[in-house]
Ligand binder design. Structure first.
Ligand code: NAD
Length: 250
């Protein structure tokens, strides 16, 4: 059987419109925990007062911003995290003209830090924040100044909310339509580091009509049998090795 990284390189080489769709597993090699794998955030909360799904809900944010921010600053924000080999390889593929776009469920901004330009963020970003009263925008650095306390608007005193999609909130319409347009026009869709269990993002796979669906994920997903190639290895190692092969071609 052909080495899966060689198979992936061949698929990328012959692809004409390649799109990457990723999740929290893309950032675990940057030491940001995912949600649902063995060391994920959802498995660490057995003794906590509130479950993460409860805290990360719009209603909880409004009702109890202090507890929201205690959790958020500890578990969702990693200001010192650096892009890993997966982010770097995807940025390199884009700069070589081999990748049309990155669609991400992550909120950490690491694709942009690695140099990716066409990044569609389905769940928003920790780097963008706004006052819920007057709408003024704040950077992550600004809201971290009084962490873990609730950041307040310096203009009107209103509570600042991260532009991150919480449970009970809709995904940003422009990001969704942009993502679906990229997926519908792709001939190769590489999905990586996502359990594909969060809707509506997981349903995006149904919009793909191209010829090659590749899944790179440490754990099994419900969509493995739809893929022409399934790689159950660390995505950073896989993507780095793949770019090395493609670079040695040119
Ligand atoms: P998830 O936790 O449900 O699934 C992550 C998947 O990635 C798991 O199946 C795991 O096996 C796999 N994985 C972990 N490390 C990997 C690696 N190095 N290589 C290959 N596979 C690896 O996460 P999801 O599917 O992205 O769920 C979406 C939710 O997670 C969203 O709400 C998103 O906003 C949120 N989230 C984002 C971040 C972030 O921004 N980095 C962190 C935690 C959670």
């Amino acid at each position: 059987m052909e080495n899966p990284v060689h198979s992936l390189s061949n698929i990328i080489r012959s692809g004409e419109r390649i799109v990457f769709f990723g999740g929290a597993g893309v950032s675990t090699e940057s030491a940001i925990p995912d949600f649902r794998s063995a060391s994920g955030l959802y498995r660490q909360s057995d003794n906590a007062v509130y479950a993460p799904e409860e805290i990360l809900h719009r209603d909880f944010f409004i009702r109890n911003p202090e507890a929201f921010y205690q959790y958020y600053f500890t578990n969702m924000v990693y200001p010192n995290a650096k892009p890993n080999a997966a982010h770097a390889a995807l940025a390199e593929l884009e700069s070589r003209g081999s990748l049309a776009a990155v669609i991400t469920q992550n909120i950490d901004g690491l694709h942009q830090s690695a140099g990716s330009k066409r990044v569609i963020e389905l769940h928003g970003s920790v780097h963008q924040n706004h006052c819920i009263q007057c709408g003024v925008a704040y950077s992550l650095e600004k809201i971290l100044i009084n962490a873990p306390h609730v950041p307040l608007c310096t203009i009107c005193g209103g509570i600042i909310k991260p532009n991150v999609v919480l449970y009970g909130e809709a995904l940003p319409e422009d990001a969704v339509s942009n993502a679906l347009a990229y997926i519908a026009r792709a001939d190769v869709l590489i999905i990586g580091g996502t359990s594909l269990s969060v809707y509506p993002a997981a349903g995006f796979i149904n919009y793909f009509n191209g010829k090659s669906l590749v899944l790179i994920n440490k754990d099994e997903t419900a969509y493995d049998e739809l893929a022409c190639l399934v790689i159950r290895q660390k995505i950073g190692e896989v993507m780095e090795a793949c770019v090395t092969i493609l670079t040695s071609d040119s």
